[in-house]
Design a protein around this ligand. Structure first.
Ligand SMILES: [Cu+2]
Length: 362
């Protein structure tokens, strides 16, 4: 965690934001919001709003990947190079991803036309950066002198949807959600990889592998069911959600459907701060179809290398200003570690993800 420059910066911001607010409740207003009133910042559609309220939010998610796994096993570069290349020539892979950084900035808005319904919308900007090593020779036995960098950047997919108030339980309440993801993110990004033969940059732009594309290219339906409640002094919640790809994209494939279950518990530390722990488990199906322009001898360009089962453990902090100019400003941080990953084919291994978010309700 301390190795992570974003984490250090984020903790500093949180400390500054929290410092001036201790014990200044403003009795002339209605009760200020509680920090645990919202779920950990990575959870989407976790809360509803009262009639007439609206909220704006900004999140920055920073995800790291390093090395390669097949199923649950880490692979060396030599093991990756021995994998078959579905594009035929050469027969085995020649390019091995070393690490990848994915930076995602999400801007969101929520508005409640009534107590029963909260509308939401979200746009995102994505920056991907991957470092790869090419190998030349008959069997790919000779590494090129230096790795090369591959980048893609631009708008991601756009989400619009609504949350619907459900029922009350003895200690909490639940709501459902339905969102539509519009394919505004590109699926035809290109770059100039270093070709294994001769270790030189490609003469022409090539279509980048699937994980470097910015969207799914498909219209997606995103249903969800969320519970928030109180349990023995903890604020607890759970959510089931899915991402269902409704059509093949313009490049003749669709990513696998995704299903996720998660649960969290939050403990109030002070009137303005709460700490959280969260567990999630998800499954993504296999990619269906193939983009015939994605042909590099690299694991990420093999359509069989898609989907998997994942579990993550996360810890987080939620802060909400109680008075003065900081009142009702929320600032939150969540750090996520993979505890289980079992992938189809050969894929990059996920490392930690850090999400920093700001929210303000009016
Ligand atoms: Cu909100």
């Amino acid at each position: 965690m301390t190795r992570h420059p974003m984490a250090q910066k984020a903790l500093l911001i949180l400390a500054l934001a929290a410092a001036p607010q201790t014990g200044h409740a403003d009795s002339t207003h209605t009760n200020p919001a509680t920090p645990e009133g919202h779920a950990p910042i990575t959870v989407m559609g976790d809360h509803m709003h009262k009639a007439g309220e609206f909220m704006v939010s900004a999140r920055h998610m920073s995800m790291r990947m390093k090395g390669n796994i097949k199923g649950t096993n880490e692979l060396s570069d030599a093991q990756v190079l021995a994998e078959p290349n579905q594009h035929g020539a050469p027969m085995t892979l020649r390019v091995v991803p070393q690490k990848m950084d994915m930076e995602m900035t999400m801007l969101g808005a929520m508005y409640a036309p009534s107590d029963a319904v909260t509308l939401l919308a979200m746009v995102m900007q994505i920056d991907n950066e991957m470092v790869l090593q090419s190998y030349q020779g008959m069997m790919g036995e000779t590494p090129c002198a230096s790795p090369f960098l591959s980048k893609s950047t631009g708008t991601g997919d756009t989400i619009i949807g609504a949350l619907f108030r459900g029922g009350e339980t003895a200690n909490g309440q639940w709501h459902s959600g339905l969102a539509l993801s519009l394919p505004t993110g590109a699926v035809d990004k290109t770059g100039r990889p270093m070709v294994p033969m001769g270790c030189a940059p490609a003469a022409m732009d090539k279509r980048l592998p699937y994980p470097m594309q910015l969207g799914s290219g498909s219209y997606e339906l995103k249903p969800s069911l969320t519970y928030n409640g109180d349990w023995r002094g903890w604020r607890v919640g759970g959510q089931a959600n899915a991402t269902l790809r409704l059509d093949d994209n313009d490049e003749n494939y669709r990513l696998g459907d995704k299903f996720e279950l998660q649960g969290w518990a939050m403990k109030n530390l002070t009137p303005y701060a709460s700490a959280s722990v969260r567990l999630d488990a998800s499954h993504q199906g296999k990619l269906d179809g193939q983009d015939i322009h994605i042909t590099l001898p690299v694991p990420t360009a093999q359509s069989r290398s898609s989907g998997g089962t994942y579990a993550n453990l996360a810890i987080g902090i939620n802060l909400v200003g109680q008075s003065g100019v900081l009142r009702d400003h929320r600032l939150a941080l969540e750090l996520v570690w993979p505890v289980h990953q079992d992938v189809r084919g050969v894929q990059m291994q996920r490392q930690e993800t850090l999400t920093l978010g700001w929210q303000r309700a009016f």
